[in-house]
Design a protein around this ligand. Structure first.
Ligand code: MSP
Length: 523
């Protein structure tokens, strides 16, 4: 049955150009969105930009431009990055859009009506870089725990009664053990909430760049209340409730570990207070360092995803980012590792298997899928082992609805999925070496040669179908070379009954994963 699947990225601050962190978060969502589409689910994949608040206001002022045109320009760069990285987002939301102002105003009114908002005065520390309030006790050497500078702030402010939500939140985490992932992050959040919550300041008066508080336009809404609401806006809230009810609650909010608290504590509290359902899951991934060093503008070691792609190619970059680090952990970008992974896994293993198989078919089978009797072939133990390996991997990863959710995908174990796919290719290459199909024809054993080459081609088909979420363009090239029709590439078609048809004419093959040679550009 078709399920709806609503997945979101954080919306990105427009104070800065996109970097590897942004590209990484969205890439992981793109992989999940594509996965779900290939499983036949009705996917809604959202990304966008976070444009209000003091940080963006200040960045615009520093540039000497009005905030709106500043946002227009930087937001466009994020939109361009999405196209450039081949992300398949269904919507791109900007918090300066009228639809979003409407949603925020409506949410505010509901919170107010339900008695969760009151007017008082804020006196405390604020970090513009983090757009977060900090208690004195949280400061480390006079700075935010994130290392960001803080400033003393005193102003009239509306408050949300967060302190009252401690028990409800703990109950919610308890009833929904998978709400926060990975497990270690869940434990962090629970102990934070158990430590006690203070009411949260949810409006500012010292600047104007935000959504006005309904009924008191001296105040603009706190940028995190504004930003989090984007997930409701894009789902249709409040004007298109039929669509909203279909999409909401979101299946997954993907976030970096630094913004987990906003999504796993404030957000469910706001939603419960407004009588709206909470999202099903928040997954917090780790951070990248660059050659062992923390990435920062001041160190000048920010990784530009566009440069990576220009040098290594888009799909190789996508593969590396999802393959190198167990998702959820911090990871280190190393140029040497990138080259090793591209050459050993993509070029020498997957690429080599496809290229060897297809060129042997071209040369020895008149460029047609070899003639075999598939039922008989499955009785051949060595072929069966290889074909089953693909099948078992698929069963574990992709089939049986729940099994998918329960295994790698639910845990976002992208590296593990790629490892499993790679293992099939390793076995495929061993199979070629062992059975040496090039000698079989010479020895007059055409039947066995056909069986070996067919088995390999079918293995390549399965590998390519499975690689689609990670490397859509390269997987499509592989499937084109096997003449698999565009409407036969979903996971349903991994099943053996959809295996390659003997006699199908194949085009002359060309390599899909070239070796990386220093000095060559591959956009
Ligand atoms: N605007 C807020 C999110 C609001 S969502 C309702 C925000 N924006 S951000 O642009 O600063 O960050 C967006 C994402 O980039 C975060 O998930 C963050 O974890 C991620 N990354 C920033 N630097 C990163 C790395 N070095 N490595 C991996 N991800 C990192 O926060």
């Amino acid at each position: 049955m078709k399920k709806t699947y609503y997945i979101t990225t954080p919306i990105y601050y427009v104070n800065d150009s996109p970097h590897i962190g942004h590209a990484y978060t969205t890439l992981s969502c793109d992989v999940l969105a594509r996965f779900n589409r290939l499983e036949g689910n009705d996917v809604f994949f959202l990304t966008g930009t976070d444009e209000h608040g003091q940080k963006v206001d200040k960045a615009a002022k520093d540039k000497g431009v009005d905030p709106q045109s500043f946002c227009d320009e930087v937001s466009l760069r994020f939109r361009d990055l999405a196209k450039f990285m081949n992300y398949s987002n269904d919507d791109f939301i900007r918090t300066t859009e009228p639809r979003h102002k409407k949603a925020c105003t409506e949410l505010w009114k509901r919170l107010e009506k339900n008695g969760h908002i009151y007017l008082d005065k804020y006196a405390g520390w604020y970090s513009v870089r983090d757009e977060a309030f900090y208690q004195e006790s949280e400061l480390v050497d006079g700075k935010a725990p994130t290392g960001a500078p803080v400033e003393w702030t005193e102003e009239e402010s509306y408050f949300f009664d967060l302190s009252k939500w401690e028990g409800k939140l703990l109950e919610f985490y308890d009833k929904n053990p998978d709400f926060i992932m990975p497990e270690s992050r869940r434990n962090e959040v629970i102990s934070f909430v158990k430590g006690g919550l203070k009411d949260l300041s949810v409006s500012r008066t010292s600047f104007k760049w935000g959504i006005p508080v309904p009924g008191n336009e001296k105040h603009v809404m706190y940028v995190w209340l504004d930003a989090l609401t984007n997930y409701l806006t894009a789902a249709g809230f409040p004007d298109d409730m039929p669509t909203f009810n279909k999409r909401w609650p979101a299946d997954l909010h993907m976030v970096g570990k630094d913004i987990l608290r906003f999504h796993a504590v404030y957000w469910p509290a706001f939603l419960m207070a407004a009588d709206l359902p909470c999202p099903k899951r928040v997954f917090a991934h780790g951070w990248w360092t660059n050659e062992g060093q923390k990435i920062s503008k001041s160190l000048g070691n920010v990784i530009d995803p566009i440069k990576l792609v220009e040098e290594f190619g888009l799909d190789a970059t996508r593969y590396f980012l999802m393959r190198e680090v167990p998702f959820g952990n911090d990871g280190d970008y190393s140029r040497a590792r990138m080259i090793t992974v591209i050459n050993s896994e993509l070029a020498n293993t997957i690429g080599n298997l496809a290229q060897r198989t297809l060129s042997m078919i071209q040369k020895n089978c008149e460029g047609k899928v070899p003639e075999v009797n598939l039922d008989e072939l499955m009785k051949e133990p060595r072929a069966r082992v290889l074909l089953d390996l693909a099948q078992i991997t698929l069963d574990e990863i992709y089939e049986n609805g729940e099994a998918v959710i329960d295994s790698h995908i639910k845990q976002c174990r992208f590296h593990k999925i790629l490892e499993d796919i790679l293992q099939i290719a390793v076995n495929g290459n061993m199979f070629i070496d062992e059975l040496a199909p090039w000698t079989l024809k010479k020895e007059g054993n055409v039947k066995l040669m056909n069986e070996v080459l067919y088995t390999l081609a079918e293995t390549v088909r399965c590998i390519a179908i499975m690689l689609q979420p990670f490397m859509p363009a390269s997987a499509a090239k592989m499937l084109d070379q096997l003449t698999v029709p565009a409407n036969e590439r979903s996971f349903e078609f991994l099943k053996r009954k959809h295996a390659l048809k003997s006699g199908t004419a194949l085009p002359v093959p060309h390599g899909v994963f070239p070796r990386f040679m220093e000095g060559e550009k591959k956009a």
